[in-house]
Design a protein around this ligand. Structure first.
Ligand code: NDP
Length: 459
């Protein structure tokens, strides 16, 4: 295939979603491929992200469902939540998946090195544990990101806090948790812990969580957190975290608004950062941007002719399916004779709060800025199930339509199963469906989703 003076045609750094997809597809196209992973195969999504997080969401939600079941006639006795037992099941599944990721690579003919790789130069990598040096014609950086947190100088006592990585290592369920942040991770875990009966407090520096999302969605989620029993403190940040001898709540937190809180676990969910420290990008000559992201073009190529990057390390959209598509497009382009890019427009995404957020396309403020005149359709209603189970929780749906041609340019749902709904809706919106085509689609009754094709009133 390529230049045979190199050990490999392709060397992939990172065994997460983007890396394994690119390696497997490239090997399938006949390339000689190697991949290095310093921790465990599967990366953030499988090991300490989407997958174990979703299991925790399910665990939390079962608690709600057990209570609701009583109203549907079931004589349910709700006992204790067995946190260690649940975590053992969670980790067994994570182990199984990680094993599958490994066997998928091996079966595809990829040589896997279970150690850290760092650049020596643009074609050479050093394997840190074995000390081996390996050369490759093309190199793909797919090292992902890791939780960011302030330094000890910026936040005294920050070392007492965990991040999302640490949640999966907890040996016991916290009694009182304080979470810093108001993004995806903070909101998801606030619901998880509140649902598991943990006294949960969320501290956010802004006034409404989920910055960047549609304002109505933000308001729904913000209010939903409070309804779920989360104490939400806004417009402030941590000033210090101190360890005390209080056995029940050994962490004392001071906020910049002079409030003080006590907890047994403090979690920083204040963003993630590309995992590039010590990777040797300077030695390879790879350009890094202001947000520490590796700068790439539409083909995921860096400024260096033989080096590409996909996934969270590029910070285009920090989502697993995006990394997979970027990795696949790269492998097809470079090794499959099929030059193509991944289209980052109208990516449907979900936030696994309880209820979930499903969103695709533009938020209202973005649509107004981009197109000027837009029609907004929205509804809020109590779903049928809640009539019997006594829950006051409502579903919110919003569709944003470009006025000039009636094309739907955004849809936002806050509802149970919103993630499932938005995946389907994403197809229609990606295809450029109009509001009239939504209206012509017959409802599936009785469902929550049917409301999306019966939205009548412009707001
Ligand atoms: P986000 O960027 O979503 O949120 C970070 C939060 O921390 C924001 O509320 C931000 O405030 C706040 N923050 C940032 N810096 C500070 C600071 N110095 N002090 C106090 N607060 C601060 O990051 P996450 O870590 O939640 O998630 C990272 C990414 O991972 C997401 O953007 C998403 O792409 C992905 N992800 C996707 C999931 C999914 O698909 N369901 C689940 C989890 C993660 P402000 O809003 O004011 O900037």
């Amino acid at each position: 295939m390529a230049d045979h003076s190199y050990d490999y045609d392709l060397f992939v750094i990172g065994g997460g979603s983007g890396g394994v997809r690119a390696a497997r597809i490239a090997a399938g196209h006949g390339a000689k491929v190697a991949l290095a992973e310093e921790y465990r195969m599967g990366g953030t999504c499988v090991i300490r992200g989407c997958v174990p997080k979703k299991f925790m969401v399910y665990a939390s939600d079962y608690g709600h469902k057990l209570k609701e079941a009583q109203k549907f006639g079931w004589d349910v006795k709700i006992g204790e939540f067995d946190f260690p037992g649940f975590m053992a099941n969670l980790h067994a599944e994570v182990d199984r998946l990680s094993g599958l990721y490994m066997s998928g690579q091996v079966n595809a003919g990829v040589d896997v090195f279970e150690e850290r790789a760092e650049f020596v130069d643009a074609h050479t990598l050093k394997l840190v544990t074995s000390g081996k040096t390996i050369t490759a014609d093309k190199i793909l950086i797919a090292v992902g990101g890791s939780p960011w947190r302030p330094s000890k100088d910026e936040l005294p006592g920050v070392e007492h806090a965990i991040t999302s990585d640490g949640v999966f290592q907890l040996k016991a369920l916290p009694k009182h948790i304080v979470i810093a942040g108001g993004g995806y991770i903070a909101c998801e875990f606030a619901h998880v812990f509140a649902g598991l009966g943990v006294e949960t407090c969320l501290v956010y520096r802004g006034d409404t969580v989920l910055n960047g999302f549609d304002m109505d969605v933000r308001t729904e989620v913000h209010e939903g957190l409070k309804e779920a029993g989360v104490r939400v403190i806004t417009n402030t940040v941590f000033e210090s975290i101190e360890k005390t001898d209080n056995a029940e709540q050994p962490l004392h937190i001071k906020l910049t608004n002079d409030m003080e809180l006590d907890a047994d676990v403090v979690m920083m969910a204040v963003g993630r950062s590309p995992h590039i420290n010590g990777l040797g990008l300077e030695a390879a000559g790879v350009t890094v941007g202001d947000r520490h992201e590796i700068v790439v073009d539409n083909y995921s190529k860096t400024n260096v002719e033989n080096i590409w990057a996909v996934g969270d390390v590029t910070r285009r959209a920090e989502l697993t399916p995006v990394a997979i598509r970027e990795g696949h497009a790269f492998a097809d382009t470079e090794f499959g004779g099929n030059s193509r890019t991944f289209d980052h427009d109208k990516i449907a995404t979900a936030v696994f709060t309880q209820p979930e957020v499903g969103t695709v396309g533009l938020a209202e403020h973005e649509a107004r800025k981009k197109y000027g005149a837009v029609d907004i359709y929205k509804t809020k209603f109590r779903p049928m199930k809640n009539m019997l189970n006594g829950k006051s929780e409502r579903v919110f749906m919003k569709v944003i339509v470009r006025q000039e041609d009636q094309v739907v340019v955004g849809a936002h749902i806050v509802s149970p199963d919103a993630g499932e709904m938005i995946q389907m809706l994403g197809i229609a919106i990606k295809m450029g469906a109009t509001k009239q085509q939504f209206d012509e689609t017959c409802a599936v009754h009785p469902t929550i989703a049917e409301e999306i094709v019966t939205l009548k009133t412009k707001s």
